[in-house]
Design a protein around this ligand. Sequence first.
Ligand SMILES: Cc1ncc(COP(=O)(O)O)c(C=O)c1O
Length: 381
Amino acid sequence: MIYFDNGATSYPKPPQVIDAVMAALSAPASPGRSGHAASLNASRSIHKARKHLAELFGLKDNSRLCFGPNVTWALNAALSGFGLKKGDHVLSGSLEHNSTARPLLRLKNELGLDWEIVPASNGRLLPLEFKKRLTSKTRLAVLNHASNVTGALAPAREIKEALGEVPLLLDAAQTAGSVVLDDAGDWVDLLAFTGHKGLLGPTGTGGLWIRPGLDLRPPAVGGSGSLSESLTHPDFLPDAMEAGTLNTHGLAGLAAGAEFILKKGVKSIRAHELELTKLFLDGCLRMPGLTLYGPGPEAEDRVAVVSLNLSGWSCSDLAAALERDHGILTRAGLHCAPLTHQQVGTYPGGSVRFSFGPFNAREEILTGVDALAELAAQKRR
Ligand SMILES: Cc1ncc(COP(=O)(O)O)c(C=O)c1O
């Protein structure tokens, strides 16, 4: 089996991650609740996850890093808790995932939010396009850091500069752990991430970092293990955002994933993934009948995600043939991102997405290119 579906979830997970989850599952513990040693240990492993992720992202205050089940939770928590009101203007990129598009549409329909989508040009989002749309009513900008369809990497820091004081909510689902983000605390206002992709952790883990000075209305209130004498939910972070028992087992795995990445270095992971992406793009560029979407063939401004179609094949048939005949796992369809497919002209048919990870090897990429060439030739015969 060759796994090219890391954009959906990373595979394999490092053995350290599996060991950490197993150890946590074997321990009798609820973090931050009881005072016995096992419970304190569970709290420590969650603290370890906070500490490692804060180091990875360059966040000075790790207590503002709040855990939840995934980036969808984090994006919803940020958008619903931001205090947006009728008539407020919110900008977003046009390469957004449904995890931001759907909550934004709901706020538009239910609240009267003025949501404006900034189009990409040649598959790229430009800071100037954000800047020229700012009005006195612009309260927030939402940006997918890297498209999960085309792999296009947004110039997020430059976009934040163009936004000035307007806060930026960054969806780092496709970049956390695979693109250097080690100074995000200096320029991102709300950083949303998921644990099971580039961070190499288990599903059911993710979080939101909230810049000092920003207050969000918590998405839920309840047990926090702190201020139990009060019926009022704590207003300090991370407790304010973390009502209910956290995913202790998953977060132990996420801590191990983040530690693995810190040891390996995001730079070296990025270099490896860029090399694989270049190799794949090179092989695809020469192939008759193959259409690539998104930014040009230069790999530098994309993550290790490539979408394509092959003439004569529907994307679902192509993905099925890749698996059946070559043991290659990809993802076909609209990738929960219809806005992006509309922007690149593949709506509603979709595309086949190849997404590489730190454990893929050059030989696998070459096998993938050969498989595509063979399937392309089948339709020409
Ligand atoms: C850019 C982007 N945003 C959001 C998500 C949602 O991730 P999750 O399902 O982990 O919340 C994904 C993953 O599918 C993604 O690629």
